[in-house]
Write a protein that binds this ligand. Structure first.
Ligand SMILES: [Zn+2]
Length: 258
């Protein structure tokens, strides 16, 4: 039935990144997000935090590793390929010499504040901090907005994560991206993790009144657990207010590297 000219199916084993390094073209889809329907089925949203999809996929794009010239491939199944990659490209109307160059440029919007940008809080922002200072300032503004949750768990119930009254650790988690990621942005996960780790150190040292000493032989995970506990207990102290929490986040931010 089809009258279209058959397209030769050349399926190379490898695809070269912008540096000319070859990567296996075919591989499992790495997407950790799913499209879920929201607002009673009237719209959809991307939710993160799922296990990797794992469906058969191919290299969808290359992402430059932060502060490096190395590229890593992002493999995706058809459902998780980037929106614009799903639409078949029309026949080129005219020779376009810039096309090859543009194809290697990440097309997602950056998920982090531009360097040097002045801090401004926006509860619904999908821009995530890549520094401890920005993360702590965001946390301070957020706890003022939603209030300090002193019950069991990290968040009060009912609503989107960004709107929930949150404990100190819940506030830190939202500041670091919980409930705020957008599938149309490219995030630097190692930078966010590093910012979250440093923010916790600065905050717990501030609340402790001096640098926390870790017990002999405590590994990184144990130290992290002790710092989380100190912050959590401080936040749950009866009478603790959101204003005091915000002040603590800002004081910790003051100690962060600029
Ligand atoms: Zn997938």
């Amino acid at each position: 039935m089809s009258s279209s000219t058959p397209v030769p199916q050349v399926r190379p084993e490898t695809t070269a990144d912008p540096n000319g390094i070859a990567h296996h073209t075919v591989g499992a889809c790495q997407a950790t997000w799913r499209t879920v329907s929201t607002a009673g089925g009237t719209s959809t949203a991307a939710q993160f935090g799922y296990p990797a999809c794992g469906a058969p996929g191919r290299i969808d794009r290359f992402v430059q590793v932060s502060q490096s010239t190395v590229y890593r491939p992002v493999r995706a199944c058809p459902d998780h390929a980037r929106q614009d990659a799903r639409t078949p490209a029309p026949e080129p109307a005219a020779p376009d010499t810039g096309a090859a160059e543009r194809a290697t440029t990440p097309r997602l919007r950056p998920g982090h504040p531009a360097p040097g940008r002045a801090f401004r809080y926006n509860q619904n922002s999908t821009i995530l901090p890549a520094t401890a200072q920005w993360l702590l300032l965001w946390a301070a503004a957020h706890v003022e907005k939603v209030g300090l949750f002193q019950g069991d768990g990290l968040f009060a119930t009912g609503g989107r994560t960004v709107t929930l009254k949150a404990s100190m650790l819940g506030v830190l988690n939202v500041a670091a991206g919980d409930g705020r990621r957008s599938s149309s942005r490219e995030y630097d996960a190692p930078a966010i993790r590093a910012a979250r780790t440093l923010a916790l150190v600065l905050l717990s040292d501030h609340l402790n009144g001096s640098p926390m000493e870790s017990p002999e032989g405590a590994d990184e995970e144990e130290q992290r657990r002790l710092r989380h506990r100190l912050v959590h207990v401080w936040g749950r102290t009866p009478g603790r207010t959101a204003a005091e929490a915000a002040e603590a986040f800002r004081a910790a931010a003051d100690a962060a590297p600029q």
